[in-house]
Design a protein around this ligand. Sequence first.
Ligand SMILES: [Zn+2]
Length: 334
Amino acid sequence: MRCFWDKRQLLHAPAQELHNGSFVPYAEHPGRPRSILAAIGPTEAPRDHGEAPLLRVHPADYLDFLKRAFADWQAAGRPGDAAGYVWPVVRRRPLRLERIDARLGRYSMDASTPIAEGTWETAYWSAQSALSALEAVLDGERTAFALCRPPGHHAGADYAGGYCYLNTMAIAAEAAIAAGRRRVAILDIDYHHGNGTQDIFWDRGDVLFVSIHADPATDYPFFWGHEDERGEGDGEGTTVNLPLPRGTDMAAFGKALDAALGRIVGFAPDLLLCSYGADTFAGDPISFFRIETADYAEIGRRIAALGLPTAILMEGGYAVDALGANVASFLSGF
Ligand SMILES: [Zn+2]
């Protein structure tokens, strides 16, 4: 399988994040892709598709914010990484964004997504890896993998969150549609709900978003991913959420997966995009499912059995010692 990765995706390395009330070492660190690279064999550098595919999803003011935030933070005399601490939940008039703190609050949804020196470059090349895996599939490969790092599925059109800055999945889906694909299905099997992807395609009838994830009653991102969120307007029914309780093992996950795959078959897409997170692993330090390494091959086999051209985009997975083996197992199923 062709795998895409750019070494500039190692640059982003925030020192810490706010987690359950404490500042802790940043979980989405460069050791993650290193673990995956050691397990999956050779990768190809992505082609540079420029900013145009990013702008199909994200407004220019948001991209400008991502590019400038760290320099603005330093210009304000701040130490460490740029992070917001106040969020504009009341918006009765256009927001004024003079201070870097105002911009950080405006363009983010949480305090776990700091912006460091290499964040923009890393996110940019993560998106290019996604676009290159998509391109390989559009050019005739049955399956391709993008080692997206940072991940993307929590980022909305104009906000960062959950270690995500650019929504790599949405960028790939919009590129596929721009290239002439009419119906695109997204299967998100990260432990956490892909709230950003859902938000971007909420009212779209041409993009099916199906997500299996931890129940937002107990797990991040809390406000999204409930079963009654189904989309609106043209997108009524093209958002499908299958939340599962903590402790879910392969038997229960497999049933939800079969239901998800049934929804995808019913949608009759001409392309499948898979947001793959290995944080459903039993040993994941921040998650609570019980999927084992060997189970990922079975999950991959069942997805491959759809027979759809499929681009796989990496999302989460924080048990770094096992991460490479989990990704290799999943890809082996294809
Ligand atoms: Zn996750």
